[in-house]
Design a protein. Structure first.
Length: 133
């Protein structure tokens, strides 16, 4: 099946949480343009799961936007990426959601995974630099 079916299969064998940890650690490590290459290298082998990477990032951004819109505090024990996104203003989260959309479009146009992801990661870096703690 699609990425949802793949995610459920990964959940059953525990591989999803390893995947989730790799993707979120890579994003949390982006703290400026000089750190994009490290994140890119950490995610280079996820090409086969590119749609799932996009889904995961999009979901985290949507949850952060929802919390921001409702002025909800982070729940106790929130995941690392949720913590990293918590100071982001809604406009920045919307811009990053558009970045995920653009990443998907580039991948549909057969832009190489590394090149498409690099562009998103630089955008993430730029947005995060305006609100990171």
């Amino acid at each position: 099946g699609g990425s949802a079916g793949k995610a459920f299969a990964m959940l059953e064998d525990g591989a999803f949480w390893d995947f989730y940890a790799r993707v979120t650690a890579a994003l949390c490590g982006v703290r400026g343009p000089q750190t994009v290459l490290d994140a890119l290298n950490a995610l280079r082998d996820e090409k086969g799961d590119a749609a799932l990477v996009c889904d995961l990032i999009e979901n985290e951004l949507l949850e952060a936007l929802h919390r921001a819109a409702l002025s909800q505090p982070l729940p106790a024990g929130a995941a690392r990426l949720a913590q990293a996104l918590s100071p982001a203003p809604a406009a920045s989260l919307v811009a990053l959601l558009d970045g995920v959309r653009a990443l998907r479009e580039r991948l549909k146009r057969n832009v190489a995974w590394q090149a498409a992801l690099e562009r998103f990661l630089f955008q993430f870096s730029e947005e995060r630099s305006s609100w990171q703690l």
